[in-house]
Write a protein that binds this ligand. Structure first.
Ligand SMILES: CCCCCCC/C=C/C(=O)SCCNC(=O)CCNC(=O)[C@H](O)C(C)(C)COP(=O)(O)OP(=O)(O)OC[C@H]1O[C@@H](n2cnc3c(N)ncnc32)[C@H](O)[C@@H]1OP(=O)(O)O
Length: 261
């Protein structure tokens, strides 16, 4: 039987779906996870009754640990290419969605997890000091591609993005609120009710006007990736399969295991 990485609950009375990422231990974004996620987004997009999506996690303390590092380490160029196409597809479906998307960030959210959150329209994060969020790619010795960077710029602006990306910063909830990476903090127990009430405010806006406005803001970056999608894949494969980058990923994974021990 095929494993399910996400649970989707659609409320037909409100037109709002809740997608819960459910891939313990850390909701890392594997090829299969990303493929399932993109299919779910596409199904909801085609469902005329669905106007909004709340993205959250059912794994305690983790929103998503980002891209699954094991998909990028010791794999063939063909596998790396397929993986990167799935990463692109996840982002295109989420950032380009015509639905209202709200991230209810109930745990840590580094790198690709942060990308998912900043690809939504609004972010509410649990105010727990140990949680963190940010694009920390440089800490792994890798470089966030232009569409990660541009999504971040559209969220927090140019200067804060440059600072954040060069240093691979991960922000705790109050810091994330201050820099604009999240829009609101909430206690764990009220996170989902607050997400639903924010959703109601957004649902009050006529869809066509909101959708055109959203597209106007996001289309330039989306089009840029669509124009050079295959070149972006080849660039990723060339970069990630370099010996020096493979070594960095290996050291990072060893560091994660040591931290645990
Ligand atoms: C042109 C080239 C462009 C290249 C661009 C590439 C863009 C890359 C984007 C990414 O998303 S890279 C991934 C970045 N992610 C991280 O840095 C997160 C790393 N993980 C953590 O910081 C922590 O695990 C956590 C998420 C804060 C959770 O901490 P916790 O203490 O609760 O759990 P751990 O014991 O650390 O982890 C449990 C288990 O999970 C494994 N793991 C963690 N993260 C990942 C991951 N991203 N991919 C794969 N596996 C992961 C970890 O090693 C542990 O494994 P075991 O020891 O149990 O086997």
């Amino acid at each position: 039987q095929r494993r399910m990485f996400t649970n989707v609950e659609m409320d037909n009375s409100t037109g709002v779906a809740v997608i819960k990422m459910n891939s313990p231990p850390v909701n890392s974004l594997s090829l299969e996870f990303l493929t399932e996620f993109a299919i779910n987004m596409e199904k909801l997009e085609m469902d005329r009754g669905c106007r909004g999506v709340i993205l959250t996690s059912s794994v305690p303390r983790i929103f998503s640990a980002g891209l699954d590092i094991t998909e990028m380490y010791g794999k063939t160029p063909e596998h790396c290419g397929a993986f990167w196409r799935a990463v692109q597809e996840m982002w295109l479906k989420l950032y380009g969605s015509s639905m209202i998307t709200i991230a209810a960030i109930n745990g840590s959210s580094p790198a690709g997890g942060c990308l998912m959150a900043i690809s939504c329209d609004y972010r509410i994060m649990t105010d727990y000091p140990k949680y963190s969020i940010g694009l920390n790619e440089t800490k792994l010795g890798i470089v966030a591609p232009f569409w990660f960077k541009d999504t971040m710029i559209n969220c927090i602006g140019n200067r804060a993005t440059e600072h954040s990306l060069q240093l691979g910063l991960q922000y705790n909830p109050p810091e994330a609120l201050k820099v604009g990476l999240v829009d609101q903090l909430e206690t764990e127990d009220k996170l989902m009710t607050t997400a639903s009430s924010v959703m109601s405010q957004w649902l009050a806006i006529p869809d066509h006007a909101r959708q055109i406005t959203k597209s106007m803001m996001r289309k330039p970056i989306i089009d840029q990736l669509l124009r050079q999608r295959e070149a972006d894949v080849q660039n990723f494969v060339k970069f990630i399969t370099k010996d020096s980058i493979q070594k960095s990923l290996q050291m990072y994974m060893e560091m994660l295991k040591q931290k645990k021990g």
